[in-house]
Design a protein around this ligand. Sequence first.
Ligand SMILES: [Zn+2]
Length: 370
Amino acid sequence: MNSYNVTKKPIQTLATGRSHSLNVHTITGDTTGPHVYIQASVHGSELQGNLVIRELINYAKTNILKGMITLVPMANPKASENKVSTFTQGRFHPETGDNWNRLYTDVSSQIDFEKIFSKSSHYQELVTLFKSEIKASLNKLYNENSSYGIKSEKILAYHLQDLASSADIVLDLHTGPVACEYLYTRSDHQELASDLGFPFVIQIPHEFDGAMDEASFMPWVVFEKECLKRNIAIDKPFEAYTLELCSEEVIDSKLAALQADRIINFLKLRGLFDGVTQTPCKHTHSASLESFKSYYSPRGGLIEFMKKPSEKVNAGDELYRLYDFSDNSLPFYSIKAENSGFIINHSPSAAVSQGICVYQVLEIKDLKVF
Ligand SMILES: [Zn+2]
């Protein structure tokens, strides 16, 4: 039967003498298979993924697993504890202002591919060699000047990336502000991503912007190119996704059960569990990152949201009303959709300054329906 372990991983000591640590849950099957790494709440206010992880742990403990799953709920204690009144300010590092999901490191340029490919031409052996090279490069990059200390904002990123470095599949569980379900995938993996059955898919280019999914897949993009150059067939490609599980600051156990079911179905399709698989919903709307448009408030005021996440909009539809209290006539302005598309998320707050992101819309002009 599967073995189940929880280890406490120390992260950061604090001024008070207390410290932050992570609970790392690992479930290992009797037979070999892929290694899946799943974390939730790196943005501290994005809570739903923790309930999904709870469901996944309960399932994996009691069903025959082929391979290994590492799960880290509440992956950023500092961010989740960073409260402003009743709200969680979990997106940005409280001391430096950095976005917590832009602090990872791309190790691609550190890896000596010639050395790896001189040792084997067998794909699975190369994968094993490559993973240990990723881990070694991470250690080197984060620790090369560690005699001078490591910056506060880099400590968590290093530990999480280290945990993910031996994985074949990485799922980073987030939420939007007030949002529907959507996911980010590398642009050439949209077919693979459709196995997760998410209604909206945003394709990101092979560029590094500091996020966990990008930091995870960037070295593999280079690795796969090196394999193809040498006519080595890629057996199972490495996959990394950011899953947005609806809205921040809320949890919903019924929804978490459904979301976990879809992830379990995906893991069955990848060979980690036996059992009947469902055909994932293929009515996914998928588009490039350039089609994911943000509407910024043209002036300060109060917002009345006229469209809900996942709702379809046509060009010219009213997105929101902006009530202006700077003018004694107390006017409101109607902000219309520039193009057709689907509402993905909107600001949680109705009070905005000029330039605040009010809505994000996946525009329909190059939408593909599977
Ligand atoms: Zn997030």
